[in-house]
Design a protein around this ligand. Structure first.
Ligand code: ATP
Ligand code: CA
Ligand code: CA
Length: 439
């Protein structure tokens, strides 16, 4: 059974929010992109700009369908970040500006975040808590410096930080980030790994109902899986992860995980429904929402435009962007670069160079049967804010050393140790199994 998520159309409860988010992004991003590039200043990291949209429009903002306020944070920093991550500016705008654009990933985790996917599946909008928002602003400079010094970072790629508010509504903060998983490949298995065991088990019996669920540490261990990299790739991967985790520790971040998607080349793409104009995504999660009985299904269904349609819309949008006219919401849009071109730009990033991922290798460095998609996600939880409370609370009922909210230093150590421990070539894994048959 295919699990279908919610397309955000006019009848969706969050249509107005989604519409306002995209209208705001479109306006602020084109506004910044229209200016000549320049080096960043300290002030750019603190910058915030507020815009009011209404039905009539004014000298600053074009007219919009609804009244809302939009705040754009550090636009120049994010413009530079997008450039560092090699996004094409026009492509970014187009992906986030079409009519049926978004699909909502229904049931939020315990964090209460909502996830929206751009229609072409390249970008994710995640609503974040006010504390996460403040924290991202606080660490933005260090995040930027880290990306600059580590072009191959495994950390989530942040492309924008914004806030939207409708009259009498609450303030909704959100980030735009990369979707780790490629639109054109089936991900046969997904795991969210923290290196902890408590609460890190997706009930296997629910897998039948929810075959694309995101599994966790215990499910991984039960399957005796490995990140199958030979010595050379393993060294590169572990080294980058260590650097990324060092940053997390320094910034006192915790609760992040290694998101792992596995594409099995032997299985290929038979499950991929894209050619039938449908795309299905089932990210599962990291919280009670894992149980498919406990709420709306997570997942989504999208219509993919034909090549011709894409090309036409791309042309139209190019013209509109050039003339800096507001783009009418009725415009649908799609990718401008074709897949080949896209793969070229990603080629420069070590861990995303094999069709968006990192191909398994054997001990002798010959290619293996899987492509791994790897990223450290959910990295805006500051130890000081929420987790201290949870630590005390969970500590009452569990063994203190095993619970997942430990301090950032040991959290990072445990994380690295776990991931390092499961990273080995199939040959090494076989030897290990032989010498240690009971484990
Ligand atoms: P919680 O705090 O309860 O763990 P959250 O709302 O902060 O949840 P995340 O942990 O960031 O959510 O993500 C939840 C799930 O969404 C992940 O396990 C993964 O399946 C999917 N997901 C998150 N980020 C990405 C991404 N960049 N690309 C693809 N999938 C993602
Ligand atoms: Ca998480
Ligand atoms: Ca979270």
């Amino acid at each position: 059974r295919v699990v279908v998520g919610t397309k955000v159309d006019q009848n969706h409860v969050n249509w107005v929010t989604a519409y306002n988010m995209l209208t705001g992004i479109r306006f602020t991003v084109s506004r910044t992109n229209a200016k000549l590039d320049r080096p960043l200043t300290d002030a750019d990291f603190e910058a915030k700009h507020k815009f009011s949209f209404d039905i009539t429009g004014n000298e600053l903002t074009p007219s919009a369908k609804y009244d809302f306020k939009f705040k754009d944070y550090a636009p120049w920093v994010f413009r530079h970040l997008r450039a560092k991550f090699k996004l094409d500016p026009a492509d970014y705008l187009m992906s986030l500006t079409s009519k049926y654009i978004l699909s909502e990933l229904g049931s939020p985790g315990k964090s209460g975040s909502f996830f929206y996917f751009s229609r072409d599946y390249k970008y994710i909008i995640k609503t974040i808590h006010h504390a996460e928002h403040k924290f991202l602003r606080k660490i933005l400079k260090e995040y930027y410096a880290h990306v600059e010094a580590n072009p191959n970072t495994l950390l989530s790629q942040f492309y924008g930080l914004h806030r939207v508010k409708i009259p009498y509504g609450r303030k909704i903060h959100f980030v735009v980030m990369n979707n780790l998983f490629p639109p054109h490949r089936d991900i046969h298995q997904t795991f969210d790994l923290k290196g902890s065991t408590v609460g890190r088990d997706f009930k296997e019996e629910n897998l039948e109902k929810n075959p694309r669920a995101t599994l966790k540490d215990l499910n991984w261990l039960r399957r005796n899986l490995h990140l199958e990299f030979g010595p050379e790739k393993k060294r590169m991967f572990i080294e980058q992860m260590r650097r990324d985790v060092e940053l997390m520790q320094r910034l006192k971040i915790m609760d992040y995980s290694m998101l792992v998607g596995i594409h099995d080349l032997k299985k290929g793409n038979q499950e991929n429904l894209r050619d039938k104009t449908l795309q299905v995504f089932q990210p599962g999660g990291d919280s009670p929402a894992d149980d498919p009985d406990k709420g709306p299904e997570r997942g989504m269904l999208m219509r993919t435009p034909s090549k011709l349609e894409s090309a036409r819309k791309a042309r139209e949008l190019r013209q509109i962007i050039k003339q800096e006219k507001p783009i009418p919401m009725g415009q649908s849009s799609s990718r401008m670069l074709d897949e080949m071109e896209e793969n070229m730009t990603k080629k420069e990033f070590t861990f995303y160079s094999d069709d968006g991922g990192f191909r398994a290798t054997h001990e002798d460095n010959t290619p293996g049967d899987e492509i791994f998609f790897l990223s450290i996600i959910d990295c805006l939880t500051h130890y000081g804010t929420i987790k201290k409370l949870e630590h005390v609370w969970k500590g009452l009922s569990h063994d203190k050393r095993l619970i997942s909210p430990v301090a950032p230093e040991p959290y990072g150590e445990r994380f690295v140790k776990f991931i390092e421990g499961i990273t080995m070539s199939p040959e090494e894994a076989a030897r290990e199994a032989e010498s240690n048959p009971l484990s």
